[in-house]
Design a protein around this ligand. Structure first.
Ligand code: NAG
Ligand code: NAG
Ligand code: NAG
Ligand code: NAG
Ligand code: NAG
Length: 463
C-alpha cells in the first residue's frame, strides 16, 4: 500500500504549481488541502463499516465526489484555470486509485481493539505547562500519545501561505487532528519536511516526547549515519517507520494528543460529533501574568518589545503587542466559556483545568482528568507524578500543600516588575476573572507569598 508515499509528492507538486503571489493562491491552497484531507476522511469512513457518518459542515465542500467549486474566483489570479484543472483531475484519478486499493485491503481499520476507545485532546497555549501535563498521558502504556503533531502542519502552512488567515489554518489543523485520532499518521507525511521516503522519517518533531513512538515495535534497530534530530530519549532507534506507528496506534486502547496550536474550541465540533471518535477535551489554562513572564524568557526574541519595556522607566507599551495579548486572552476565555456552558454537542466532553491546581495537587488533578476521560489511571502514572512533583502518594494527606511544584508555579511573581503584572491585569481582566486569578493591587501584594493570587474554585461558572 503506497498511500502515504504517493500523497506527499502529489500535494507537493500541486503546491509547487500553485505557489504564487496573489491572495487567491492562499485561498486555493487551503481549499485544496481541505479537499485532500476531506477525501481521505471518506476513504477511512468507507473502510470502517457499520458506522454511519453524520452530515458534517465540511461535507459542504464536496458535492457528489466532485471537487469543491474553487474556481468561482475572478480570473485575477496568476494561475491559469486549465493548469488547475489538470492538477485536479490528476489528483482525483490518484485518489480514486487510493480509494480502490484501500477498499480492497481494509488495512487501516483491521486490528482496532474493541471496547470504549477514548480520544483525549489536551488543548493549551505555550508556557502553560502542557508538556508536563501531557506526560500524565504519555506515561500510561495503554495510551498512544502524540506530542504537538501540528508543529509540522504549522510550519508548512505558514511557509505556503505566509500570514494566511487564522481560520484557514485552524480548519487544516482540525482536519489533521481528526485523521490522527483515527490513527492515520500518514497524514503527517504531507507536512513533514523533507518528505518521508518509504514512510520512513528521521524528522518527526519531538519523537522522544512520545513513548509510543519509542517503544517496541515502533523502535526499529538503530541505523548508523542517519541523524535524527528529535531522537528517542532512553534508547537509540532507527528512523521512524510511520506505518509501524499507525499499527501501534491501532493496537493501543486509547489515544491522546496535545497541542498549543488550536485557538478556538468551537472549531473542534466536527471531531466531537464524529461518530468514530469519543472525544474528551481538556483545556489547560494558566495565569496570563505567569504565561507572559515565561514567554519573555523562553521566546526572548519574539517578546523583545516586552522585555525592553519592562526594563525601561516610562515609555508606554506597544499597542500591537497589547492587542496580541488581548487576543490571546480572549480566545482562551471564549473557548472556556463555550466549554463551561456545556452546549449539548459538548456535554460531558469538556474539562477546564488550571495549571496552578495541577502544580499544587498533581495527583488529585491527574485522577480527575483520567476519571473525566473515562480511562483507569495506572500506578505507573501515579508513580511518575509523585517522582516529578514531590507529591505524596496519598493526595488526601496533610502534606499535600508542601510540594515542590507548588512553590515553582508562582515564581513569576518575583521576577516581573509590577507594571507588567498591571498591564496584563487590565488587558486580560475578563479571562482572569473567569479563571479566578486575582489582581495584585500593588507591588507589595505581588511579592507577598502569604497572599494568594489564585482563588480556590470548586467549579467554574460562566456569569
Ligand atoms: C477574465 O477572463 C476573461 C476571458 O478570458 C477576460 O475577458 C477578462 O478580462 C478577465 N478578467 C480579468 C479580471 O482579468
Ligand atoms: C492507478 O493504478 C494503476 C494500477 O493499479 C496504475 O497503472 C495507474 O497509473 C494508477 N494511476 C494513478 C493516477 O496513480
Ligand atoms: C515499515 O513497517 C512496515 C510494517 O511493518 C513494513 O512492512 C515496512 O517494510 C517498513 N518499512 C521499512 C522501510 O522498513
Ligand atoms: C523540593 O525538592 C528538593 C529536592 O527534592 C527538597 O530538598 C526541597 O525541600 C523541596 N522543597 C519543598 C518545599 O518541598
Ligand atoms: C504579607 O501579607 C500578610 C497578610 O496580608 C501580612 O500580614 C504581611 O504583613 C505581609 N507581609 C509583607 C512583607 O508585607
Amino acid at each position: 500500500m503506497d498511500r502515504g508515499l504517493a500523497w506527499p509528492k502529489n500535494i507537493r507538486d500541486l503546491l509547487q504549481s500553485l505557489r504564487m503571489r496573489s491572495k487567491y493562491a492562499i485561498i486555493l491552497v487551503f481549499a485544496i488541502a481541505l479537499f485532500i484531507i476531506e477525501k481521505e476522511n471518506n476513504i477511512i469512513s468507507k473502510v470502517s463499516d457499520k458506522l454511519t457518518l453524520k452530515q458534517s459542515p465540511q461535507a459542504l465542500l464536496e458535492v457528489n465526489g466532485t471537487p469543491p467549486n474553487l474556481l468561482d474566483l475572478e480570473n485575477g489570479s496568476l494561475l491559469s484555470l486549465s493548469e488547475l484543472d489538470s492538477a485536479f483531475s490528476q489528483l482525483r484519478s490518484h485518489l480514486d486509485n487510493v480509494t480502490w486499493q484501500l477498499g480492497g485491503s481494509q488495512a487501516a481499520i483491521k486490528g482496532q481493539p474493541k471496547g470504549p476507545r477514548r480520544h483525549v485532546l489536551l488543548l493549551a497555549t505555550t508556557r502553560t505547562g502542557s508538556s508536563f501535563v501531557g506526560e500524565f498521558f504519555n506515561q500510561q502504556n495503554n495510551i498512544f500519545y502524540i506530542f504537538e503533531p501540528l508543529w509540522h502542519v504549522e510550519k508548512m502552512v505558514s511557509f505556503i501561505a505566509g500570514a494566511a488567515n487564522a481560520v484557514g489554518s485552524a480548519i487544516v489543523y482540525r482536519n489533521v487532528l481528526q485523521q490522527l485520532f483515527l490513527c492515520n499518521l500518514h497524514i503527517l507525511e504531507n507536512f513533514i519536511t523533507p518528505p518521508p521516503e518509504d514512510h520512513l522519517t528521521p524528522f518527526m518533531f519531538r519523537r522522544g516526547s512520545s513513548q509510543s513512538l519509542c517503544e517496541d515495535p515502533v523502535c526499529t534497530p538503530f541505523v548508523k549515519k542517519v541523524f535524527e534530530k528529535y531522537h528517542c530519549k532512553n534508547r537509540q532507534c532507527g528512523p521512524l517507520n510511520i506505518t509501524l506507528a499507525v499499527k501501534a496506534c491501532l493496537q493501543k486502547e486509547h489515544i491522546a494528543l496535545k497541542t498549543v496550536r488550536l485557538r478556538q474550541l468551537e472549531f473542534l465540533r466536527p471531531l466531537v460529533e464524529d461518530p468514530r471518535l469519543d472525544m474528551r477535551i481538556i483545556q489547560l489554562v494558566r495565569d496570563p501574568r505567569a504565561v507572559l513572564a515565561s514567554r519573555m524568557v523562553a521566546f526572548s526574541a519574539k517578546y523583545g518589545i516586552w522585555k525592553k519595556w519592562a526594563l525601561e522607566d516610562a515609555a508606554s507599551m506597544d499597542e500591537d503587542e497589547i492587542l496580541k495579548l488581548k487576543g490571546n486572552c480572549e480566545n482562551i476565555r471564549l473557548s472556556a466559556e463555550l466549554g463551561l456552558r456545556q452546549p449539548s454537542w459538548l456535554r460531558g466532553r469538556y474539562m477546564l483545568v488550571r495549571y496552578e491546581d495541577i502544580a499544587r495537587f498533581p495527583l488529585q488533578k491527574a485522577r480527575e482528568m483520567y476519571s473525566f476521560a473515562g480511562i483507569t489511571i495506572t500506578s505507573q502514572v501515579e508513580k511518575w507524578i509523585a517522582k516529578n512533583t514531590q507529591a505524596p502518594q496519598d493526595s488526601s494527606g496533610i502534606y499535600s500543600t508542601q510540594k515542590n511544584s507548588s512553590v515553582q508555579f508562582e515564581k513569576w511573581r518575583f521576577s516581573v516588575p509590577f507594571k507588567l503584572a498591571q498591564v496584563v491585569q487590565n488587558v486580560c481582566e475578563p479571562a482572569m476573572k473567569l479563571f479566578g486569578y486575582k489582581p495584585a493591587t500593588d507591588p507589595e501584594t505581588l511579592t507577598n507569598r502569604s497572599i494568594s493570587l489564585v482563588e480556590e474554585i470548586a467549579s467554574f461558572q460562566v456569569t
